[in-house]
Write a protein that binds this ligand. Structure first.
Ligand code: SF4
Length: 209
């Protein structure tokens, strides 16, 4: 298995909470497959993590001690909490409010103090303390399922494909360079994701306008 040979790669699996919530978002049977995969990684002594999309609906349960203990028991050493960003119309109500974001930030601070041996990341919450948006190769970028290099999963625009080029060339794409040298990544915004809020401007950069 590639993960046995390449210990610098850390698989991160998307889980939305319990079986019901995970299967309702990801498809029937996905929760059981995730648990079986985690158990397999644990048996092989491989480090792995979980990524949880945080909505108004699952926030309390995915930040609960029960949920975190269940993942820890299975060997999960990293949890990335990703705030839901409404990419499709009609789902705006699922996005956490400012007060809920504050709760998320406070709970993650508690978890970092109380849980040894595990890492907790919040996305985009941690960006406030780290100088703004990390996207477009400033700290990372995203590769979609077709190979397109995108600034971030929440900014699904791409002008280069890693099937045709190296990662080094991808990170130096015109879109990424313009984003890093412009003001968008540090722009004022209402909270949540800056590039989602400024998506029309990112689209204009992509089109060369
Ligand atoms: S695009 Fe949004 S979620 Fe992605 S790194 Fe920037 S602010 Fe964070």
């Amino acid at each position: 298995m590639k993960f046995d040979r390449c210990r610098n790669l850390i698989p991160v699996m998307s889980i939305e909470g319990d079986r019901e919530r995970t299967d309702s978002r990801r498809g029937k049977g996905i929760y059981d497959r995730l648990i079986a995969t985690m158990d397999g990684f644990y048996r092989r002594h491989l480090m792995f993590g979980a990524s949880v999309t945080v909505t108004k609906e699952n926030m309390v349960s995915v930040l609960s001690d029960d949920f975190i203990s269940e993942l820890a028991k299975r060997g999960c050493r990293l949890i990335i909490y990703v705030e839901y960003v409404p990419m499709s119309a009609g789902t705006e109500d699922l996005a956490p409010s400012d007060a809920e974001r504050e709760y998320l930030t406070g709970r993650i601070a508690e978890l970092r103090k109380s849980r040894d041996g595990a890492m907790f990341l919040s996305f985009p919450g941690d960006e406030k303390e780290s100088g703004g948006c990390f996207a477009a190769g400033r700290a990372f970028f995203h590769i979609n399922s077709h190979g397109g290099a995108e600034p971030c999963p929440f900014s699904p625009f791409s002008d280069i494909n890693v099937r045709d080029t190296s990662l080094r060339e991808a990170v130096a794409s015109r879109l990424f360079r313009e984003l890093r040298s412009g003001s968008l990544l540090a722009a004022e915004h209402d909270g949540g994701c800056v590039l989602y809020e400024k998506r029309e401007q990112v689209q204009a950069l992509l089109s060369g306008e």
